[in-house]
Design a protein around this ligand. Structure first.
Ligand code: 1YM
Length: 665
């Protein structure tokens, strides 16, 4: 790109004369500028989303985005991000350096370009020709917003053999004009922006950057920009060793990203597929690899911004992927003429894929403005995938075979799951009271009064049978860790005997066919120990209900029984106390209490009348009604604890180890 031409800012044409008065007084244009920055300070949320931690980190992102743009344009291959000991953040790149020469026309004529970039809203956007315009959502609001929300900012530019410097104070007010402060280190060009976020603006959650958040974002930038070296440093004394210094540089770009995402899983083959096309101003790059698990992980980006809600690029890819794989499978005789086509969801099972497009002026839509709406991208991605993915399959027959085989298996599993569901439904319809052998049912047929206790372990099940009120309390013992629903495919899950027993005992079907009006018990009560195994089985059961019988939870039919932890006696009367808090409250009320406290270890150790008195007797027990939020949490915990993402699991356990909410729902 020719660099002599002075870039012109986008946006409205100049409205008025621009010069600072000869006496150096503030002209109208400066008042405009200050009003612009003041507007940002009055309503920061409009520009950076929030003034919480997300907004705070958005400041770094905004500055780094400029460096990344410079890298995308081909002028920069290294970015350094440093969290300074005094709370500031420094971003340095080795690009061309923000232009420093004076503007020659328009409203800001006479000011240095860098001053305009730093003080005029939206002036940081790319000015025509070359580069990719990043706009939409909260992205690309411009570095002037960072300036407005900082208590101090220093911009340094190495260019033409000289180092230039311009400083701003609170709210983005420039301190004088840009100065040459010395020579640039030999031949160096580049921009360094150091800023200190304003504590007044970020008062709610403070101005402490989280190294982890910054590092994660920088790693994504490095994946999306092949060969770009990004160095992170945390100079704050309190940082942890693994965050002190990190460098990211990926020669393989998004192919390395896919490898990274699949690292904790078992890849279906070791190669990562990859193709890219350029079409006019648009660029598309896709990398993919299947793993042996059952979930699809398609991640898409537009100009480096993650599109979590998908959009036209994903739609184009999905459509073409389904076509290409079916065409291939038929051409190679892996699918016979009489066979149905493989469904998209079967083909995508276990797929990890990154879709990265770079386009001019993308349109974003959706709840969080993270869905690509640009129509032309759909056909571009579809065409590219139709051609390039088909070529890739032809060139890699071993991998292609595995992909088709896995899709065929997924297809069969889906069909099997449906017939298993149908069979369960038929069975309960035909046999009516075809109840499982393990169930000890109650006498009443009135669901509103009836209670089903799902009891962990056969021995506790035995006590529960003796302790129950046979009129309205039914007992279904469940053995050990009955099933890991997350890892198991739905067809396997429905074949599990414990699950089948539960479905037919409840009597209302399962999955899409679940019909809450048919339930045989108004209360489904989970009765498990207060220890880790008990917590595990509770989590599994709640996950199962959440996924397969959600109306049961929504209707308030699911409860967790709370067996007490302590027992003691007052006179001859036994007293049971739910937990430590209850014990303390009891001691406060009975300061002279002398008798010992017994700790009730588990359901198995209670005799049946103890179990009846403390946990099952409707007049004395404590039941916890399960809300949909709690069940969703159980589901999430289940996915993390039992899913394939090792990193996530580790992170979860480390961060939540002490949070009892997660371990003991
Ligand atoms: C640490 C932040 O802002 N780097 C950066 C910004 C620019 C350029 C180079 C640049 C761009 C262009 C020409 C161009 C910007 N320049 C402008 C504007 N790092 C950081 N590095 N020359 C230099 O796009 O044509 C806005 S950003 F508008 F002045 F050209």
């Amino acid at each position: 790109m020719a660099q002599q031409a002075v870039p012109q800012p986008p946006g409205e044409p100049p409205k008025q004369s621009v010069r600072t008065g000869r006496d150096g007084s503030y002209g109208a244009e400066n008042i405009d500028v200050l009003e612009g920055l003041e507007a940002v300070r009055r309503r920061p949320g409009m520009y950076i989303g929030s003034t919480g931690l997300t907004g705070l980190h958005h400041l770094i992102r905004e500055v780094v985005d400029n460096s990344v743009d410079e890298a995308m344009a081909g002028y920069c291959d290294r970015i350094d991000v440093t969290l300074l000991a005094d709370g500031g953040c420094r971003v340095a790149d080795n690009g061309r350096g923000i232009p420093v020469e004076p503007y020659t026309k328009g409203r800001h004529k006479g000011k240095s370009t860098i001053e305009v970039i730093m003080t005029v809203l939206h002036a940081g956007g790319k000015f025509g020709g070359g580069g990719y315009k990043v706009s939409g959502g909260l992205h690309g609001v411009g570095v002037s917003v960072v300036n407005a929300l900082s208590s101090r900012l220093i911009a340094e530019v190495d260019k033409n053999g000289q180092r230039h410097r311009l400083e701003f104070v609170k709210g983005g007010k420039p301190v004088g004009k840009v100065q040459v402060v010395g020579p640039a280190p030999r031949g160096r060009t580049g921009t360094t922006v150091t800023f200190w976020p304003d504590a007044e603006v970020f008062a709610s959650e403070g101005v402490d950057f989280r190294a982890h958040t910054v590092i994660e974002r920088l790693q994504t930038y490095a994946f999306l920009n092949k060969g770009l070296e990004i160095r992170f440093k945390d100079e704050r004394p309190a940082t942890t060793p693994e965050h002190r210094e990190v460098t990211f540089k990926y020669a393989g770009g998004i192919a390395d990203f896919v490898r990274h995402l699949n690292a904790s899983k078992e890849p279906l083959f070791s190669r990562v597929g990859h193709y890219e096309v350029t079409d006019g101003d648009s660029h598309l790059e896709i990398a993919f690899q299947w793993n042996t698990a059952y979930y699809e992980g398609i991640h898409s980006y537009v100009n480096g911004i993650e599109t979590t809600e998908g959009g036209t690029h994903e739609e184009g890819f999905r459509k073409a992927l389904t076509n290409v794989v079916n065409r291939y499978a038929r051409a190679k005789g892996l699918l016979k003429e009489k066979d149905d086509n493989l469904a998209g969801e079967d083909i995508r099972e276990g797929l990890t894929c990154i879709i990265a497009v770079k386009i001019q002026e993308p349109q974003f839509e959706g709840q969080t403005k993270s869905k690509l709406g640009t129509i032309s991208v759909r056909s571009m991605v579809e065409r590219a995938t139709n051609d390039k993915l088909a070529e890739w399959l032809e060139e890699h027959p071993a991998e292609a075979n595995k992909i088709v085989k896995k899709a065929v298996e997924a297809f069969r599993a889906r069909v099997a799951a449906k017939s298993a569901r149908d069979a369960t439904r038929r069975k309960s319809a035909l046999e009516g009271a075809g109840l499982p052998g393990k169930l000890t049912d109650c006498r009443t047929k009135n669901a509103a009064d009836a209670e089903l206790f799902i009891v962990e372990g056969d021995s506790a099940g035995g006590s529960a049978i003796r302790a129950r009120n046979p009129e309205n309390q039914a007992i279904l013992p469940i053995r050990g860790k009955f099933l890991n629903v997350e890892r198991a495919r739905i067809d396997k899950m429905l074949k599990n005997l414990e699950v089948q027993a539960m479905i037919s005992a409840i009597g209302a079907g399962v999955g899409e066919e679940f019909d809450a009006s048919k339930i045989r018990y108004g209360k489904i009560i989970i009765l498990a120990d207060a220890d880790v195994d008990g917590s595990h089985i509770r989590t599994l059961l709640l996950t199962f209900f959440f996924r397969q019988m959600r109306p049961l939870i929504e209707g308030g039919h699911v409860y967790v029984a709370q067996p007490p932890l302590y027992s003691t006696v007052v006179g001859k009367e036994p007293v049971y106390l739910k937990d430590d808090m209850a014990k303390q409250a009891f001691l406060a009320q009975h300061p002279n209490h002398k008798a010992d406290f017994g700790r009730l270890k588990g359901l198995g150790e209670m005799d049946f009348d103890e179990l009846g008195l403390t946990t099952m007797d409707a007049a004395r027990r404590t039941l916890l009604q399960v809300t949909i939020e709690q069940a969703a949490l159980a589901d999430e915990v289940c996915s993390i604890l039992m899913g394939d993402d090792v990193d996530l699991r580790k992170h979860f356990i480390v961060t939540n180890a002490k949070d009892v909410r997660f371990l003991d729902i």
